[in-house]
Design a protein around this ligand. Structure first.
Ligand SMILES: Cc1cc2nc3c(=O)[nH]c(=O)nc-3n(C[C@H](O)[C@H](O)[C@H](O)COP(=O)(O)O)c2cc1C
Length: 184
């Protein structure tokens, strides 16, 4: 059966570098894997008062149902002020509740951070991993994926340059067996 991998992009920007990297990773998945880009920009901020009968925002329900239908996750995110952008953290929180009904539980994940800066989103990468430990998302440890200087890694054709694409392929090639080994 085809494996459905959800892509969560931490930037909501139309011309996001992270979206570009996510699309490139999706294009490198092998046969038998399908990428689904999950919208996170329309999720109201998590508020327990809303998570009650008759009050749950439609976008939360849509998001939770979509994530339930996934087999694994790829998170591609920028770093905002040395941490995870609020939109992505909010998506993790929305999916984690109601208590005991987390849609993340036990499915494997991959973390990729992307920045024009040299530190390549290291802070966001590890803050995200901290939440994923608690959410019980087994996450690929090696190779780590920090893409720095992304603005220099886009060719004149608007695509990610071959070297970086090759690196992303090594990440996918490591993630696929990790995913298989950690899938329920
Ligand atoms: C609020 C904000 C905070 C940022 N903080 C960081 C940061 O801590 N580290 C970093 O490398 N880049 C930081 N940046 C720059 C982003 O890496 C840059 O805008 C990047 O292009 C965002 O990813 P995107 O192209 O996918 O939207 C920040 C940008 C914004 C808007």
């Amino acid at each position: 059966m085809t494996k459905k991998i959800g892509f969560f992009i931490g930037s909501l920007r139309k011309d996001s570098y992270n979206k570009k990297v996510g699309e490139t990773i999706a294009s490198l998945l092998p046969a038998g894997y399908e990428a689904e880009f999950i919208e996170i920009g329309d999720l109201p901020f998590y508020n327990e008062d809303l998570d009650t009968d008759g009050n749950v925002p439609a976008a939360w329900t849509r998001f939770r149902n979509e994530v339930k239908g996934l087999d694994g996750f790829v998170f591609v995110t920028p770093e905002y002020n040395r941490s995870v952008p609020a939109a992505l953290k909010n998506a993790l929180d929305v999916g984690s509740r109601p208590y005991g009904q987390s849609v993340w539980d036990g499915k494997p994940g991959l973390v990729v951070t992307v920045s024009p800066g040299a530190i390549a989103g290291f802070g966001a990468n590890h803050h995200l991993r901290q939440s994923l430990v608690f959410l019980n998302v087994p996450t690929l440890q090696q190779p780590e994926a920090y893409i720095g200087g992304i603005h220099t890694l886009i060719g004149e054709d608007g695509e990610i340059v071959a070297d970086t694409k090759g690196f992303l392929q090594t990440i996918v090639d490591a993630f696929v067996p990790f995913f298989e080994a950690n899938s329920k």
